[in-house]
Design a protein around this ligand. Structure first.
Ligand code: M6P
Ligand code: ZN
Length: 207
């Protein structure tokens, strides 16, 4: 049986393909849980303490950390998948072990500009995934062997709660988008502090 082809004039423009670009071809990438590399990679994003202005509770400690060498907090190794609708980019994030004013090293955190979810899969070390929808906050352990689901509409941030680098794989819709302003303004509903060999989660939701 021959395939039925819809004539060009009868196609629904709402579901037509986006403007032409070079098609992405199938590929396999090596994920290194020991180094956090994705190979091949398109981009390596590095964020230092100075890139995290306004995010830690203790601003004086944040300024002191910037002055004391501005160490690397995390890096994201991103696979060569375009961030456009229909594609599914993925990356490995590595957060170093450390704290600022006792508050664990963490990502900036963001909401998606589109109503899209995301999956994080633990690869190495011990992390906590913080989620906040503006009213409710949740925290999920993210360790090797665990996949966590971030539903649409929930801001998300990860923190390293261990003594070694924490690594996770993220997989998200290409048109999800990153909104950092929302988290700067509303926070994550909780902060994570190092407490001896463990962690302490402090709610920041005002009742
Ligand atoms: C994960 C994904 C990325 C994100 C990265 C760092 O890998 O969610 O999209 O960029 O974490 O998080 P942030 O962008 O909040 O700094
Ligand atoms: Zn995201």
């Amino acid at each position: 049986m021959s395939a039925h082809r819809v004539p060009e004039t009868e196609r629904n423009p709402a579901v037509s393909t986006p403007p032409p670009r070079t098609p992405t071809l199938p590929f396999a990438a090596a994920l290194d849980a020991a180094t956090g590399s994705v190979s091949p990679a398109a981009l390596l994003v590095e964020r230092r303490v100075s890139d995290l202005a306004g995010l830690y509770a203790d601003d004086a400690a944040w300024q002191a950390a910037v002055a004391a060498g501005d160490p690397l907090v995390y890096r994201v190794c991103i696979a060569p998948v375009p961030e456009v609708a229909g594609e599914v980019p993925f990356s490995i994030t590595t957060i170093e072990a450390g704290a600022i004013g006792g508050e664990c090293f963490m990502t900036k955190g963001h909401t998606h500009t589109a109503h899209e979810g995301e999956v994080y899969i633990g690869l190495a070390g011990r992390g906590l995934l913080l989620l906040f929808d503006g009213a409710q906050a949740r925290q999920l352990e993210l360790v090797p062997g665990v996949a966590t689901y971030i539903p649409p509409g929930w801001a998300h941030r990860t923190a390293n709660v261990g003594d070694d680098p924490f690594r996770f794989l993220s997989v998200y819709p290409g048109d999800a988008g990153h909104d950092y302003e929302w988290v700067l303004r509303h926070g994550m509903g909780a902060r994570v502090y190092r407490d001896g060999s463990g962690q302490q989660v402090v709610s920041t939701i005002q009742s």
